[in-house]
Design a protein around this ligand. Structure first.
Ligand code: F6R
Length: 608
């Protein structure tokens, strides 16, 4: 997803912009560029490829002197990755420069109108239309010009804009795409995300929907679309800049996997007080919890997989029917939400466009939304009626691990809380569930510390062509995530199946040596999954089993077994996923893949 960084102040802008863009690399990109203004002329450098190329071309920014500038990493949507499609885009005279994240949906009619008026376009992007329109409307007052353009474009945007006739200022605006602003004693910043500017300041402003920012060297002002100035309170970011670095691990993904015990503890601990679950931010009284008739969970990717687990846990413990939807489906299927329905949206980034749209659809229908979100102040956090934060800290690797684990425990907390209020569990079970929740961090740690066994096994599967993950109930939800982890970072085709479903077609793909990972953590279903394992073994499958300590029977049908420590079966996902994450990771490392930045993927998917 595109990344934006802008700076104006007392220091050279180019090195700050390059550094900020480097910290946004996790978002995924295919080209990069920046424009720096030295008060007389604008220098623009843009290139397809990694940020390193831009650094080399500009000698680390030295060839682009100036105290104000805007930079961009592009993730292609309209027009292939190329130098001319890279940002910044500009008008013919190079007096107006624009960087953009999002999609201008009506760019074709707007571009056609401008072409009729004699404008020439040099790129295939939707963004260039913004630069040309700014040129068309600009009569000297930048704010007025920007408003005229914003009122005519449809779609989503975070924009960074420079006018050479206003040398002491840069401008920004957002609608539907993330944007923050920050201020230090040396200048003002804009960026797509906080890590980009953390090295320079902890004083951050979250730019609201349809807000415009005017940045000077030592002050910034915010405006509504009616040109009214708004007072905003800055937020002080507490997390350490080091939290966004690798801390000695080979990859962010490995570091983040190792942070899971802490993440889980941080998400659980503040919500268990005096042996009782208290989730104040839920905003629901006990009476309201009892009145919930149905829960709808909406999310994408791994967050959706956490939601599938949430369904089994909430239904199993609190006896509330739960429907889990991919947000991209929910938003267009005119979902039936009836009285007593509660919507839960799960998202790490808090910026996923489809999840945000699903929230808006639910609110439009008059239903309250609880967000389970990791990024504080993100769009979903702001648009949901209530927010339960997962305290995972910044997640840099594109493939999620620690945020997913935090989402799981947030859902467990909700389920146990609902179950106790609705009296679907007794006091003894409540106490034992709490005890098992508190044990999870140590148990995850134990599994991580025994990584060699899975690492050794993974090395044998570097050349695999297809892998299948099977399980029933919660084990199916675990399989979904295990399969995604493997395929997204190692590029090995893998699929997750509800174990009983395999024989309805997919079993024909099993051949001699095909790896099938069978997840079996639910004692009530041990025998069932063993039957399915026997079925695939008879067709030549090589069987990896992930199961509970003590389930020795599974050894009879398995070729390799990974045991997880004992916990309540409802929480088994948090443990069984660890070896599967490690498996995906070590296969990808073995294959020499770019683990933290898999091809074609972006960390935060802010377009549909
Ligand atoms: C996979 C992964 C994605 C995200 C999905 C939703 O490892 O990270 O599948 O889970 O794009 O993102 P968020 O949680 O930011 O809404």
């Amino acid at each position: 997803m595109c990344g934006i960084v802008g700076y104006i102040g007392k220091k050279e802008a180019a090195p700050i912009i390059l550094d900020g863009l480097a910290r946004l690399e996790y978002r995924g990109y295919d080209s990069a560029g920046m424009a720096v203004f030295d008060g007389e002329k604008v220098n623009i450098t843009k290139t397809v490829g990694r940020l390193k190329v831009l650094e080399e071309l500009t000698h680390g920014g030295e060839t682009m002197p100036g105290f104000s500038g805007i930079g961009h990493t592009r993730w292609a949507t309209h027009g292939a990755p190329s130098n001319s499609n890279s940002h910044p885009h500009f008008n013919k005279d190079k007096t107006i420069m624009v960087v953009h994240n999002g999609i201008i949906e009506n760019y074709i009619p707007l571009r056609n109108k401008l072409i009729k008026k004699g404008y020439e376009f040099v790129s295939e992007t939707d963004t260039e239309v913004v630069a040309q329109m700014l040129d068309y409307y600009h009569k000297g007052d930048p704010l007025e010009t920007i408003l005229k353009v914003l009122n005519r474009i449809e779609g989503s945007y975070a924009l960074g804009i420079m006018f050479t006739d206003h040398p002491g200022e840069i401008f920004a605006a957002r609608k539907g795409s993330p944007l923050i602003a920050g201020q230090s004693k040396d200048g003002c910043f804009i960026a797509s995300d906080v890590p980009a500017i953390l090295r320079y300041t902890r004083t951050v402003y979250f730019v609201e929907e349809q807000e415009i920012v005017r940045l000077g060297e030592d002050r910034m002002r915010f405006y509504t679309m009616d040109e009214e100035e708004v007072e905003k309170e800055p937020v002080t970011i507490e997390w350490d800049a080091d939290a966004a670095e690798k801390a000695g691990y080979e990859h962010f993904m490995l570091k983040e996997m190792y942070e899971q015990p802490k993440t889980i503890a941080d998400t659980i601990a503040p919500r268990i007080q005096k042996d009782k679950i208290e989730i104040e931010e839920l905003g629901l009284s006990d009476e309201e919890i009892r009145a919930v008739r149905k829960v709808h969970i909406v999310a994408c990717g791994s967050a959706y997989h956490a939601g599938v687990t949430g369904k089994y846990v909430l239904e199993g413990l609190a006896r509330i029917p739960v429907e889990v939807d991919l947000a991209s489906e929910f938003r267009y299927r005119d979902p039936i939400l009836e009285e007593g329905a509660m919507v839960i949206a799960i998202s790490q980034s808090g910026e996923t466009a489809d999840t945000l749209a699903a929230i808006r659809e639910s609110k439009r229908k008059g239903f309250r939304v609880l967000g389970i979100v990791n990024v504080v102040g993100s769009s979903i956090a702001r648009e949901a009626d209530n927010v339960m934060y997962t305290w995972a800290g910044p997640e840099i690797a594109v493939a999620t691990t620690k945020a997913y684990s935090a989402q799981l425990v947030a859902l467990y907390l909700l389920a146990v809380k609902f179950a106790s209020v609705r009296k679907t569990i007794d006091g003894a079970l409540y106490a034992s569930l709490l005890r098992d929740l508190k044990r999870l961090p140590d148990q995850v740690e134990l599994l991580l510390n025994n990584k060699e066994k899975i690492q050794h096994f993974a090395n044998r599967y570097i050349g695999a062509r297809d892998v299948f993950f099977i399980g029933r109930g919660i084990d199916y939800a675990i399989s979904l995530e295990g399969s995604l982890k493997l395929k997204e970072i190692s590029y090995i085709h893998s699929e997750a199946y509800a174990a009983g479903e395999l024989k309805h077609g997919t079993i024909s793909l099993i051949e001699e040596g095909t790896l099938v990972a069978a997840v079996s953590t639910q004692p009530a279903l041990y025998q069932k999954i063993i039957s399915n394992m026997v079925e695939v073994k008879a067709r030549g499958a090589f069987l990896l089993a992930v199961t509970n300590e003590g389930n020795r029977e599974i050894e009879k049908v398995s070729d390799y077994v990974i045991y997880i420590p004992e916990t309540n079966p409802f929480f088994a996902n948090s443990l069984a996923i660890i070896p599967l994450q490690l498996f995906g990771y070590y296969v990808a490392v073995g294959k020499g893949c770019d683990v933290d930045k898999p091809r074609n993927l972006a960390k935060s998917v802010t377009v549909e």
